[in-house]
Design a protein around this ligand. Structure first.
Ligand SMILES: [Zn+2]
Length: 245
């Protein structure tokens, strides 16, 4: 009888550990500010050349394979080969839920991925990470000719470049690109808030902190810009239809 009970309890514990629903919905168990602090500390280590090479061990791999993932942040960043979030923030396996796309744009697939990170995995932070000398933003700012599927991609960046030109009509070259890179970070956050009922609901409930950030590819430093300047207005606007982008 006693042995049967032990087997039963063991089975319950095993199911709780193995089932991805149990394992992934709980979130990482830290606040947004604690998560941002971990990212900032990791970036300081990276920028100063003192990375811990945070946990990429076989043990960590086995642990996350068995117990599921509990990333501390969902990060939308550029595909640029100089901008790998896990290195930049000195984080290990299972620490970051990363979406990478040229120009860190937020279109349907990126928003769906962000919803998974924020809603299903319960990350307390959603960060859009732009970076200096971004080729995708530069292409739009300079009116470069693009082909194939790229026009549909860079369409997402055009509003940021238009805003940059409107705000500072005399800006050209590097100055225009710099302004557009920052505005493009805000554009992606705006797109997510306008098109995702799920992310809006989480943000309104204070369950996720959405921040913009900029990475300098020369210094290695990330500057966290904070929430979207018009976050309150964006959250106050009528909610988008659930599930529609
Ligand atoms: Zn880029």
């Amino acid at each position: 009888m006693k042995r049967t009970r032990i087997y039963f309890l063991s089975a319950i514990v095993f199911l709780a550990l193995a089932c991805p629903v149990f394992a992934s919905d709980a979130g990482p168990g830290i606040s947004a500010d604690q998560a941002i602090k971990k990212l900032a500390d990791g970036n300081s280590r990276y920028a100063s050349g003192s990375c811990l090479h945070s946990d990429i061990s076989q043990a960590r791999r086995a642990e996350t394979a068995q117990k599921g993932q509990h990333p501390i942040a969902t990060i939308l960043s550029c595909s640029d080969s100089r901008v790998p979030p896990e290195y930049i923030f000195d984080q290990g396996i299972g620490d970051l839920f990363v979406i990478r796309v040229a120009g860190n744009v937020a279109d349907t697939d990126e928003i769906g991925s962000a919803e998974y990170g924020v809603d299903h995995l319960g990350t307390p932070v959603l960060m859009v990470l732009g970076h200096s000398k971004c080729g995708a933003v530069t292409a739009v700012a300079t009116g470069a000719e693009v082909h194939g599927s790229i026009p549909a991609l860079v369409d997402n960046i055009k509003p940021a470049v238009d805003t940059a030109k409107r705000k500072n009509p005399s800006a050209q070259g590097d100055a225009l690109v710099r302004d557009a890179i920052t505005l493009n970070v805000w554009q992606s956050i705006e797109d997510m808030l306008k098109k995702s009922a799920i992310i809006r609901a989480r943000a309104k409930a204070g369950e996720v902190k959405i921040v913009g950030a900029l990475y300098d590819i020369e210094t290695g430093k990330v500057t966290v810009l904070g929430p979207h300047p018009q976050e309150q207005q964006l959250l106050a606007a009528p909610a988008p239809a659930a599930g529609k982008h």
